[in-house]
Design a protein around this ligand. Structure first.
Ligand code: FES
Length: 81
């Protein structure tokens, strides 16, 4: 079973001015798509939805600084088995 994960679908994603939310993740690709087999998730995994993580597609806590600087309220999606 595969989980199609598309954080770009989030409404709050658009950055001010450019309309872009992805500033550094795999910018050489026309579209960032990740396929994760649910069977490969141990007990739970947190996936980034803010596009600020340095460990894509996983949350590394960078959303906290983003929220602090922008007043946003984004956070990860947590998948549990
Ligand atoms: Fe992006 Fe946590 S680092 S949601």
């Amino acid at each position: 079973a595969y989980l199609a994960y598309c954080p770009a679908a989030r409404a709050s994603c658009a950055a001010k001015n450019s309309g872009r939310c992805n500033n550094h993740i795999r910018k050489n690709e026309p579209k960032v798509v990740d396929m994760i087999d649910v069977e490969d998730i141990a007990e739970k995994a947190a996936f980034c939805r803010c596009w600020k993580t340095k460990n894509w597609p996983y949350c590394d806590g960078s959303h906290g600084e983003h929220n602090k600087q922008t007043g946003d309220n984004v956070g990860p999606i947590v998948i549990k088995k």
